[in-house]
Design a protein around this ligand. Structure first.
Ligand SMILES: C[S@@+](CC[C@H](N)C(=O)[O-])C[C@H]1O[C@@H](n2cnc3c(N)ncnc32)[C@H](O)[C@@H]1O
Length: 259
């Protein structure tokens, strides 16, 4: 096996091995590094900011399984619009469900981490990487993509989202729900959004067709809800998820009827 290269620290990319090297704001995430990435010790690369947004591996795997099972069968392509350090894109590629996995990330250092991390998981060649703004890339280079599902875990405007009893998706920064949904709906109706667990569900229901169900699943880690995924479009879920467990991640779904 080829040796794992050293991270280019001059680009703000690190693989912290010792707690003493870890900045205070990253400590809490680094303490969970082996949950976030089971292969962390093999040389996972991260920027300091990427730790805040990463989808932990058990959650990413549960989402990948549900997206695989629930998406219309004719869908062969998945686009991860906000790929970050690769948490979700790696899980989608590992699922083997997709003919193509496209991953878009605008921060070059974070994209470099994602590509490297995908190498560690053995799926780098299964992912087509795009550096840049997903709104632009979806309008241009991926505009003709057929049979796609779009998955998006956008930024939530920083850790302040935890202070809100009900998270307002209209004022989410830097992109609100309307900006995200309306841009992605030009590519496909089959859209999965990873959002704060306290998201205002009434704001979400407005984006589904009259009389249609909107599936919302909580993804939990160690007994606490981490986030929700909202499945727009033609996703259908069978009864096999009804026991609500997926490894360490437990999943429960609530059905919302559009108004
Ligand atoms: C919450 S993180 C995604 C984490 C990812 N799901 C993971 O598990 O690693 C959001 C990412 O979106 C990127 N981003 C923000 N605006 C973007 C845009 N317009 N186009 C593409 N990427 C963007 C940020 O740089 C950040 O890495």
């Amino acid at each position: 096996m080829a040796p794992i290269p050293d991270p280019p620290a001059e680009e703000g990319i690190f693989h912290y091995q010792h707690g003493d090297d870890v900045p205070a704001e990253v400590q809490k995430y680094w303490a969970q590094r082996d949950t976030i990435f089971s292969e962390y010790s093999r040389g996972i690369w991260m920027t300091n900011d990427a730790w805040f947004g990463i989808t932990p591996e058990p959650v990413a795997n549960a989402i990948a399984e549900h997206v695989s099972d629930g998406a219309p069968k004719e869908k062969k392509v998945i686009i991860d619009a906000f790929a970050g350090a690769g948490g979700n894109a790696i899980a989608f590629a590992l699922s083997g469900r997709w003919e193509q996995v496209f991953a878009i990330e605008k921060d070059p250092a974070v994209l470099k981490c994602a590509k490297h991390n995908a190498e560690i998981y053995g799926v780098a060649k299964k992912i087509w990487w795009y550096e840049g703004d997903c709104f632009e890339i979806l309008k241009t280079r991926l505009a003709r993509t057929k049979d796609a599902v779009v998955y998006a875990s956008p930024p939530w405007g920083g850790p302040g989202y935890r202070d809100d009893n009900v998270f307002n998706l209209k004022t989410m920064e830097p992109y609100n729900l309307d900006t995200i949904y309306s841009a992605f709906a030009k590519v496909t109706q089959d859209i999965v959004l990873y959002l704060p667990r306290t998201s205002n569900l009434n704001q979400l229901v407005r984006y589904t067709t009259e009389g249609r169900k909107l599936e919302v699943a909580h993804y939990c880690l160690k007994g606490a809800s981490k986030a929700i995924c909202v499945y727009f479009g033609d996703f259908t879920f069978g009864s096999k998820d009804d026991d609500g467990t997926a490894g360490e991640t437990t999943e429960g779904s609530g059905l919302l009827q559009s108004e």
